[in-house]
Design a protein around this ligand. Structure first.
Ligand code: SAH
Length: 243
């Protein structure tokens, strides 16, 4: 997969050179192409922004350098603009994007983009209901979430399958040595070696974590018969602990 990023601050992207994503690039599993769209400005001092029509604070990014930078790309693939008003990024989008050959992200800065820039993109995407100074951190988050799903990026192929959001539930609690830390014990069942029971316990715990922390995730879910029983037990367990 090759990912293009249009940004005024290519030097911000060093986190993608480290750890699993960095190794993935060295191994040729994916490639990052950073394009500074300031290089495509034809104005004095390579300006890329101007004051807003109608007045108001801040500077607005102009369409010309962004359009020229896009046109210079060999393969754009899906073009994604980062903006707080976009639809909220999630794991499902990461899964869809991870199947693409090419992706192109556009990072804003200052007050944001001239409205006509949005027409150059296929999707406008936000990483949450808060405002950052630029699209670089959102883009890095989305690239990380997408690229880690590519084959061979995570050491253990299973680790992407059994974790939060991948199956519509949050992850179950995980433990490692020691089995007893200052009196805080790892649940006995995990030490039992009974894989059937462990799988069932994990499913129950995933459902419980989701019910407690993200009940909205259960709203559209077709619960299996087993999950309905589990949920009843979870509610009873919580009611018990409150009494
Ligand atoms: N004036 C704009 C905010 C601009 S913030 C508004 O009120 O909506 C500057 C740039 O940071 C944006 O163009 C966008 O690229 C990026 N950005 C800020 N917050 C973001 C978020 N939550 N998700 C994605 N991109 C964001």
């Amino acid at each position: 997969m090759k990912i293009n990023v249009l940004t005024l601050f290519p030097e911000m992207f060093t986190p993608l050179q480290v750890s699993l994503l960095g190794r993935g690039q060295e191994d040729g599993k994916w490639k990052l192409n950073l394009v500074n769209f300031r290089d495509f400005s034809t104005r004095p001092h390579a300006s890329v922004d101007d004051t807003p029509y109608g007045g108001g604070a801040g500077m607005v990014l102009q369409i010309m350098p962004i359009k020229a930078a896009l046109e210079s790309l060999e393969n754009k693939g899906k073009v994604i603009i980062t903006a707080p008003q976009g639809k909220t990024f999630n794991e499902q989008m990461a899964q869809e994007w991870s199947k693409e050959e090419n992706l192109t992200f556009i990072c804003g800065h200052f007050e944001g983009f001239d409205q006509r820039v949005y027409d150059l993109a296929d999707e406008t995407v936000s990483i949450g209901d808060y405002v950052l100074t630029g699209g670089e951190l959102p883009t890095m988050s989305m690239i990380d979430a997408t690229v880690r799903l590519l084959p061979g990026i995570l050491g253990n192929a299973m680790s992407a399958v059994e974790e939060s959001f991948s199956d519509g539930l949050l992850e179950y609690p995980q433990y490692t040595r020691p089995a007893d830390f200052e009196g805080q014990k790892v649940p006995d069942i995990l030490l039992s070696g009974n894989h059937g029971n462990i799988a069932e316990w994990r499913h129950y715990q995933a459902l419980k974590a989701t019910y407690l922390h993200r009940p909205d995730m259960l709203e559209g879910r077709d619960l299996t018969k087993e999950e309905k029983h589990m949920l009843a037990d979870i509610k009873a367990e919580i009611a018990d602990s409150e009494n």
